[in-house]
Ligand binder design. Sequence first.
Ligand SMILES: [Zn+2]
Length: 241
Amino acid sequence: MSACCSGPCSSSTPPPDGRYRKVLWAALFINFLMFGVELASSMAAGSVSLLADSVDFLGDAANYAVSLFVLGMAMAWRSRAAYAKGVVMGAFGLLVLARALWFGLDGHVPHAGTMGVIGFAALAANGAVAAMLYAFRHGDANMRSVWLCTRNDMIGNLAVMLAALGVFGTRAGWPDIVVASIMACLGLWAAREVMRQARAELRAQAATAGVQASSPGVQAPSTDLPVPLPAPVHIIEIRQR
Ligand SMILES: [Zn+2]
């Protein structure tokens, strides 16, 4: 789990051509598949760090889904989707912490082999998605954010493999629990940021809609044209609280 989940892992502009949309579809599929794989194997191997790592795939799948379906819609839907993503990520973070505490108390030892293999598969999946997006880097201003995302994701995958090594070496569960707890805390922080930003956006959109509604004949923005938001105002708004 990484900071990328607080920002878009994929492009924040509507996908321009059909081939790029196909890449986004593939990225969505791979991320959602790996979420399922890591979730299932976290249960099978009794590993909390795998559970923590799975959340990032879910968050990234949501980002690609937003790129494919929501970006063309009104700004408010994008903010609502982001908020929902923040809620799910936060719930997962709490679940990971609760499970880490539970496993820590009962001295559970996860299956190191499964952790290592799935951690490596996750690393390969993130690498494959990054390579696909790299081929479409031209014309995409958010390539840097994609790269930062991938790097952070790969650090998470490596952390799972490191935890596997630690479990293998010590024959104890604590390396898994330590790694999972760190990832869960980072995830909770990211979830809070996502929700805070989405709330600020929704508030700004409501204010804009209010201004437009007060002038007769002008409808509130419900078209697919995103409303340009006064970004600096958001920052001030956030900092003042
Ligand atoms: Zn990610």
